[in-house]
Design a protein around this ligand. Structure first.
Ligand SMILES: [Zn+2]
Length: 233
């Protein structure tokens, strides 16, 4: 049995031996090859339109302390929450947004937030984290891809996240340019254990799924080159 790249099924027989020899694409004869044998352009356009799903993970921590963006507030996922402690950080210390940025950079295999916005660079001092998230989202757009969904988990005993969840989801969705249904914000405590349990800081985890064109793949690039060179006319 062979795998047909067009209909994505196993087939007992594979046609288009010349193509297979050239490209290592394998196409089943009864449906895909018969349908498309007069129009290889169609096939390569289809291949060029194929996407792949990628996943990224991000993690961030900020401590509570005096050296803060604004006393009496914590900014989490774009929402300012009154709190008796504030988070320390070079920027606005939005730990949830930072984790989400890193998840996106991870999915794109394009460095991390510290590489794009070095804390040593004074221009990012006191920066609003939405600058970082817009940048990360713009990198997805640059590939021609899109964000499928994201999922952020904040870890803290206090403040309570639940009442702010709708506002956080809305803020992130707007910055990412997606509908709210693609954005999840969750919260948990660590049952009094560890630094989050002792209320020394807040941790955030984030996962994203993005869909990007497969155009960087070797085989699609090869197909494009052959198409451009007129070898498959
Ligand atoms: Zn951070």
């Amino acid at each position: 049995m062979k795998w047909c790249v067009l209909c994505k099924r196993f087939s007992a027989e594979i046609a288009a031996p010349t193509l297979r020899a050239v490209l290592a694409f394998e196409i089943c004869p009864n449906s895909c090859y018969a349908k498309n044998s007069n129009d290889f352009r169609f096939m390569f356009q289809e291949l060029a339109m194929q996407t792949e799903t990628r996943v990224g993970f991000g993690y961030d921590v900020h401590r509570f302390g005096p050296n803060t963006y604004e006393q009496g507030l914590v900014r989490l996922c774009g929402v300012d929450i009154p709190h008796d402690q504030a988070l320390e950080g070079h920027s606005d210390a939005d730990v949830g947004m930072h984790a989400l940025c890193d998840a996106i950079y991870g999915a794109l295999a394009d460095g991390d937030i510290g590489a794009h916005f070095p804390p040593s660079d004074p221009q990012w001092k006191g920066a609003e984290s939405q600058v970082f998230l817009r940048h990360a989202a713009s990198l997805i757009a640059k590939t021609g891809g899109r964000l499928v969904n994201c999922d952020v988990t904040l870890v803290c005993e206090r403040p309570k996240i639940g009442p702010h969840r709708p506002a956080m989801r809305a803020a992130l969705a707007e910055l990412l340019g997606v509908v709210v249904a693609r954005v999840a914000v969750k919260a948990t405590t660590s049952e009094g254990l560890g630094f989050t349990g002792r209320q020394e800081g807040i941790a955030a985890h984030a996962v994203v799924s993005i869909e990007v064109p497969k155009s960087n793949d070797e085989e699609a690039a090869e197909a494009e080159a052959l198409l451009a060179g007129g070898l498959l006319e």
